[in-house]
Write a new protein. Structure first.
Length: 321
């Protein structure tokens, strides 16, 4: 895929790609007609977008059907939230990029390193002239940011570091105290529990709707936007015409379910009501055949405002009058 992208001067800015997708959603156009809509138009200070539509085809956000450009059904619901849409595009691109043979020519132990603050940084030397279009995309879409004080270096945004995790980079950081290391280890374990539970729920929901034409739209959202207020998007039933179910996933162990619920998640549950679900996944049983999680519709009513659940406040927020 990378070689095809490298032939273009520009594969798009966030505002340009959003406009392309909105036009493609409004009417059925050929690739040439869609391209011509933006002829000489200035967007984000640019007026050359020769590779944007092909880029969206490469990452399978767009598709060609009888020579007409269409949006893949599994991406339609992202048009409702531009921030999530851009993060989804970033994810699709990075997943394709890291599997390409060119990836390790750009990102390797010589070009990627840690600074003294344990930030993962990329040297500008990684982007030879032929890779300049890749560098510009990574900057435009906030995957990279200019390093605040090391010239000609870029910071990899924290939420995208995982896509570069297998690059051979040595760490030269001071050892932390045992207590901090233990705290970090425990947090990593908790994060893994949550990740496993969310993947389980995605597979569980997809198995329920495997014959639905939107089954591929069922996915984990938490890796795109940790502040969404839910972890997984799915379908309410077989008659759903679009993504309409929003699931917060919690992992627990033992016989009695328990979980922590953030203020943002509670607020989202209150807003969405019957389309918001709480899935409680018992990690002791997650590998059992035919296991189903505890699924609670409208948990704002059924949990937050229910006497069947005990609530404990572990933190208070104070501000001086």
């Amino acid at each position: 895929m990378i070689k095809e992208i490298l032939q273009y001067k520009n594969i798009g800015t966030p505002n340009y790609l959003i406009k392309v997708l909105r036009y493609a959603n409004k009417k059925s156009l050929s690739q040439r007609d869609l391209q011509d809509l933006f002829f000489k138009e200035s967007i984000d200070g640019r007026n050359v977008f020769d590779g944007g539509i092909n880029f969206l085809l490469y990452i399978k956000v767009l598709k060609l059907d009888n020579k007409k450009i269409l949006i893949n059904n599994s991406f339609l619901h992202f048009l409702q939230n531009e921030d999530l849409l851009i993060k989804k595009i970033n994810k699709m691109f990075l997943l394709e990029l890291k599997e390409d043979v060119e990836f390790k020519l750009i990102f390797n132990g010589s070009s990627v390193l840690y600074d003294e603050s344990n930030n993962l940084i990329v040297s500008n030397s990684a982007f030879k002239f032929k890779y300049s279009v890749i560098r510009q995309f990574l900057l435009d879409f906030k995957i990279l940011d200019k390093h605040p004080y090391i010239n000609s270096n870029f910071l990899i945004n924290e939420e995208y570091k995982k896509y570069f995790s297998f690059v051979g980079v040595s760490k030269d950081v001071n050892k932390k105290t045992l207590s901090l290391e233990e705290l970090k280890r425990r947090q990593e374990i908790q994060n893994q529990y949550g990740e496993d539970a969310e993947r389980f729920v995605v597979d569980y929901e997809k198995s329920k709707f495997k014959s639905h034409n939107l089954s591929e739209a069922i996915e984990q959202i938490s890796d795109l936007n940790v502040g969404a207020g839910y972890d997984v998007v799915s379908l309410m039933n077989v008659n759903s015409k679009h993504i309409d179910k929003f699931i917060e996933v919690k992992s627990y162990a033992g016989k009695k379910p328990y979980f922590h619920w953030s203020k943002n998640e509670v607020k989202k549950a209150q807003e969405i009501r019957n389309n918001y679900y709480l899935y409680l996944v018992n990690r002791d049983e997650i590998d059992s055949k035919d296991y189903s999680p505890l699924m609670i519709e409208n948990p704002y009513l059924e949990v937050f405002n229910s006497s069947d659940w005990k609530k404990e406040c572990e933190k208070w927020y104070f501000i001086k009058n």
